[in-house]
Design a protein around this ligand. Structure first.
Ligand SMILES: Cc1cc2nc3c(=O)[nH]c(=O)nc-3n(C[C@H](O)[C@H](O)[C@H](O)COP(=O)(O)O)c2cc1C
Length: 187
């Protein structure tokens, strides 16, 4: 049997009262039920990235190892001032080469009705510069505070289908790009 694809699900904020963490955990949980992939959940609140940049002293070795072993990424970000949080940017910025030619799916969350679309659009620009390949099946969580109960249980069943759809494209892309990385000289 083929080695499962390994997907890192990245939460987007360290904010104490964060609601988007429920959406990120849901994405990870659904991923764990999909055959042929393994999931690793990455909470930026559990890492330490001193200073700025991707110089050796600005890295967290645990995050480096996660990025190295991941075949794909699924980022679930809240929208902060029409972009994505600085904590997510800082975490992403700590690496560079290890992202190249790996795919990334994007989900956004906001307390308003746009569901983090502007954070997703802002991320597309950054992840492309990192060498990541963005999929286009996004997931949005508008009014994220109403989508989960206080324990983080999903209240709107449509998200199961939406998230599985995003994984389907991500897995397709991850399969193709892994084959390319393993078999073709880098362009
Ligand atoms: C610093 C900050 C900026 C925000 N800016 C926006 C924004 O531009 N658009 C928006 O729809 N919601 C904005 N929000 C509300 C978040 O979307 C809301 O907090 C939501 O629950 C997701 O973020 P959370 O995971 O931190 O809770 C902002 C929240 C914070 C803390």
């Amino acid at each position: 049997m083929a080695t499962p694809l390994h997907i890192a699900v990245l939460a987007g904020t360290t904010r104490h009262e964060r609601k988007s963490i429920y959406a990120a955990r849901l994405v990870a949980e659904i991923g764990q039920s999909i055959e042929g992939i393994t999931i690793e959940f990455v909470d930026p609140a559990e890492f330490n990235f001193p200073g700025d940049g991707n110089d050796p002293e600005g890295k967290d070795a645990r995050y480096t190892a996660i990025v190295a072993r991941a075949d794909a990424f699924f980022i679930v970000t809240p929208e902060y001032n029409h972009s994505f949080p600085g904590s997510l940017k800082r975490m992403l910025d700590s690496e560079l080469e290890l992202y190249v030619h790996k795919p990334v799916a994007l989900a956004g969350a906001s307390s308003g009705r746009w569901g983090g679309v502007r954070a997703i659009e802002a991320l597309v620009t950054s992840v492309r510069e990192m060498g990541l390949v963005a999929t286009f099946t996004d997931v949005q969580f508008p009014n994220v505070q109403d989508k989960f109960d206080t324990e983080g249980k999903l209240l709107d069943p449509i998200y199961d289908k939406l998230i599985r759809g995003a994984y389907a494209e991500l897995i397709w892309m991850a399969t193709i790009l892994k084959w390319g990385r393993d078999n073709l000289p880098r362009a």
